[in-house]
Structure formats: C-alpha cells, structure tokens
Write a protein that binds this ligand. Structure first.
Ligand code: SAM
Length: 288
C-alpha cells in the first residue's frame, strides 16, 4: 500500500472521497514521512503491544502502527473519515476502529475488552483544541498505559516538560511529572502538515511510572493544593491556599502549618516541585 504520510499520498486519498477538512476537529494531517518515522521509533512498538491511536484522520500514522503493533485501536470522531479508514484498513485482523469522541469512550472498559493481555501504548497526532483534557484523562484515570507518544503544539510540549520556577511551569506540568517522565522527541515545523497550522508542533513522549514518583497520603488533597497554588500566580502560597485551597483551615493556622512544614507561607506555588507539594499536603494532613 502507498505511504499515506506524504503530500501525494494524502492528496490521493482525499480526492477519492467527498472529504472536507474540519477545522473544529483540529484536522492537520501529517505529510512528512521522516517525522512519522521519528514518532514510530520513539514509541518503541512491538508485536506484544496494543496501541491506542486518538484521531487517525485518513490513517497516515495508523498505517505505520499496523506494521509494528500486535493490535491497533483507533478512535475517530469525524463521520467523513470512518468509510475511508474502513476501506484502507478494515481487512486487517488486528485493526479496530471506534467511531466516537475519545473523551466519551470508557478506555478502561475498552482495554479490558479488546486487549487485556497486551501492554498498552498511546500514539497520536492529537487534535490541538483538546490536547490537555486528553492527556490528563489518560494519566489521571490510571489506565494500564506504558507510554504516551503524541504530537502537540510546541508551546504545550514546553509547558508539559517545564521545570519549577520557570514561566511555563504550571499545574499541568506538576501532574504530568507525578504520573510520568516527559521526554521531548522532536520539534516539528508547521509545513509538515496539510493544511499547515498557525503554530509549530513537537512530539513528546510521556513514560508512565508504574508507581507514582512521589508517595502521598492524600492524592486528592495534594492536587487541590496544586490547582489552587497556580490559580493566582505571583501570590504567596498562604494567600492562594487561604482563598482557593478548600482545606477548611483558617488563615492563621494555615500560616503556621506552611512555616512549620519548612515550605514557608511566603513561598510562591510556581517554585515548588511535586515532592514539595506532596510534603506540604502530608504535613497539613497530619497536623491540621
Ligand atoms: N492522525 C492523523 C494525522 O496524523 O494526519 C490526523 C491528526 S489530526 C491533527 C487530529 C484528528 O483527531 C482528526 O482526524 C480529527 O478528526 C480527530 N479528532 C478531533 N477531535 C476528536 C475527538 N474528540 N475524539 C476523537 N478524534 C478526534
């Protein structure tokens, strides 16, 4: 079969069907075979793996995944693309197409039903309008996923892999680091897509930890603290947590707890690592 991830391959398919690009679905198809090779190499797929692909489009990544993986489950929202994908890959016994919004799919049930005994890897050129909700759902639902190799906006890749104290560091970077180790695979210029988006992109790989990096007694409370800490940037932890932490502790006692924990009431949330957030949350839990 002809390679889809090229200008000619993509044109040949879309001219054969009554297809029109849907901006609302973030459709920018990859047309650079070298970038595709880098995604596939980074994902380290073997026949032992089941790959979940989010947003297959006309199937340029799917085509490469089917060559490497034991099973490929592709989830696509756009009606127009379903017959195209069925025609290209419907005869492959290890291909399963789900026509749905990925955020409405019960991925835990899907994995249990379709591939209970394989390692699960996620590979995708993500639709940029919902990148963060998709990544957070994959991580926070604690699915049996080994790694997530995805194309995202360059700016999002920088945010996800940012370090404490930098401008990009935020609640999302803290969560991503709690569940995984992010690794930047390659920067991808906008001309590698059809149509070309207004921003540059990057491929990022999240190597999901078998056990979270940091132990905490109360994960929910820790994430409440993290979200509150970044809600009002440049404010002290004492002020943001007193206003938005929902901890049920008065401001005076909160100041004491912050100081006693060694974190400090005047510290700003954006300078704390995941280990420090866990330490603070546990200290508050034990001494409130
Ligand atoms: N994988 C193809 C490629 O690399 O050329 C297409 C990538 S394109 C950036 C994003 C794809 O995600 C589109 O096919 C789009 O229709 C699909 N998509 C958008 N929103 C979705 C959603 N909520 N659930 C599933 N697929 C979605």
């Amino acid at each position: 079969m002809r390679k889809i991830a090229t200008v000619e391959g993509t044109r040949a398919i879309i001219s054969k069907y009554p297809f029109a690009f849907q901006k609302k679905f973030g459709q920018n198809f990859l047309i650079d075979p070298q970038v595709l090779d880098k995604i596939i190499d980074a994902a380290e797929i073997t026949k032992e793996d089941c790959v979940i692909e989010i947003g297959p489009g006309i199937g340029c990544v799917t085509q490469a995944l089917l060559e490497k993986a034991g099973k490929v489950i592709s989830i696509e929202i756009d009606n127009q693309l379903i017959p195209i994908l069925e025609e290209q890959f419907g005869a492959e016994p290890h291909f399963k197409l789900i026509h749905n919004d990925v955020l409405k799919v019960d991925l835990a049930a899907l994995i249990a039903e379709e591939s209970p005994n394989r390692r699960i890897k996620v590979v995708a050129n993500l639709p940029y309008y919902i990148t963060t909700p998709i990544i957070m759902a994959l991580l926070e639902d604690e699915l049996p996923i080994e790694s997530i190799t995805v194309m995202v906006q360059k700016e999002v890749a920088d945010r996800l892999s940012s370090k404490p104290g930098t401008k990009q560091y935020g609640a999302i970077a803290v969560s991503v680091n709690y569940f995984s180790t992010p690794e930047l695979v390659v920067d991808v210029p906008r001309n590698c897509f059809m149509p070309s988006p207004n921003v540059d992109s990057a491929v990022i790989k999240l190597n999901v930890h078998e056990e979270p990096l940091v132990k905490t007694n109360n994960v929910k409370q820790m994430f409440r603290i993290i979200k509150a800490a970044f809600l009002l940037r440049r404010k002290t932890l004492l002020n943001t947590l007193a206003a938005h932490g929902d901890l049920g502790i008065d401001k005076e006692r909160l100041k004491e707890l912050l100081d006693e924990s060694g974190i400090g009431a005047q510290t700003r949330g954006e300078t704390l690592s995941i280990e420090e957030f866990a330490r603070l949350s546990d200290y508050i839990d034990e001494h409130r």
